[in-house]
Design a protein. Structure first.
Length: 330
């Protein structure tokens, strides 16, 4: 029942995610922004704002898009068999280990990242280009490696018109330290699709990240495959993979009387009482990977406070950690 995620945020509710998305927004996005230096003439597309565009990039004034660029996520492994609402920019969700992050407006590049613990996953992108069918489309299928990770890159580049280049790039992040395995994928990109379009990349595997980023370049200039490979390699090479020794989690003696008398069944049945998240860079793989906070516990009597625990995978017990008012988990 553990939630395994190398990029877990502290919180599962929308409110908690907004308060505690520090690692993703200042970590994941900032790492991409630092990689922007490796892509010359990056075009900073415009978010037109307003409630109509909370899930798309319009940029109508500079004609990159006519009506936006919407993102969808599906766990269906059947091409062209998905319908649903587009994800709102600034969205975060953690459910049963499937962790979805969509970066807020005015972050460059725009990032959609999903951690897949097991099963099938697709990231779908659809919209309407400002080039209205002119220009060229090229697809790249690439691979990259870093000292701690590797993956596959699927890129769809719409270029050659006077409008800014649209570079939709999907890639996996796999690491032996996460126990990643990419068992298969389906390429839903189209060779000639530079007006109304719908592209998707679908993967099947365990413990991996599937990311989709939006690159662009001024004046319709092409983005070359080696530039994309270097861009992704620069980003992934900046991820702080850390090898941690597996050691038993010991409770702070001050919190010994604060046991949690609840089973995972109790926790799942009452989501209003419990808040759960991953330990992120503080996790010890196979030992302590997640935390849980319980509202209304006698050891955290102040209104709005919670008693928090680390879950020990080996002993299958909740180790008292402290009050949320001190830990600031959410």
């Amino acid at each position: 029942m553990s939630v395994y995620s190398p990029f877990a945020l502290q919180g599962v509710s929308d409110e908690c995610a907004r308060k505690s998305a520090t690692f993703f927004t200042s970590g994941l996005v900032d790492l991409f922004q630092s990689a922007n230096a490796s892509l010359a003439a990056f075009y900073f597309y415009r978010y037109d704002g307003g409630s109509s565009y909370l899930s798309s990039i319009m940029d109508g004034g500079n004609d990159m898009y006519d009506w936006g660029n919407s993102i969808f996520v599906s766990q269906t492994f059947i091409p062209n068999n998905f319908s649903g609402s587009s994800l709102v920019y600034g969205f975060y969700s953690l459910e049963s280990g499937l962790e979805i992050f969509v970066s807020p407006p005015n972050t460059y590049p725009h990032v959609t990242a999903v951690f897949l613990p097991a099963g099938n996953l697709s990231i779908i992108c659809q919209g309407d280009t400002g080039s209205d069918g002119s220009g060229l489309v090229v697809n790249y299928l690439l691979n990259y490696t870093t000292p701690k990770a590797h993956g596959t890159i699927w890129a769809n580049i719409n270029y050659g018109a006077s409008d800014p280049t649209i570079g939709d790039v999907w890639f996996s992040i796999e690491s032996s330290e996460w126990g990643s395995e990419l068992r298969g994928w389906v390429d839903g990109r189209k060779v000639r699709d530079n007006n109304y379009y719908r592209h998707d990349v679908q993967v099947e595997g365990t413990n991996l990240l599937l990311c989709k980023i939006l690159l662009s370049r001024v004046n319709g200039q092409v983005i070359y495959p080696w530039e994309i490979t270097e861009y992704v390699r620069t980003y992934v090479g900046s991820i702080p993979f850390q090898v941690r020794e597996v050691q038993a989690a010991a409770p702070d003696s001050a919190w010994m009387p604060c046991a949690l008398n609840a089973t995972w069944g109790d926790i799942i049945a009452d989501r209003t009482k419990y808040v759960q998240g991953g330990l992120g860079l503080d996790m010890v793989m196979g030992q302590t990977e997640t935390w849980l906070c319980a509202h209304g516990h006698p050891c955290a009597p102040e209104e709005g406070d919670s008693m928090c625990y680390k879950y020990n995978e080996s002993s299958e017990e909740f180790i008292p950690w402290g009050r949320n008012s001190d830990l600031n988990l959410f």
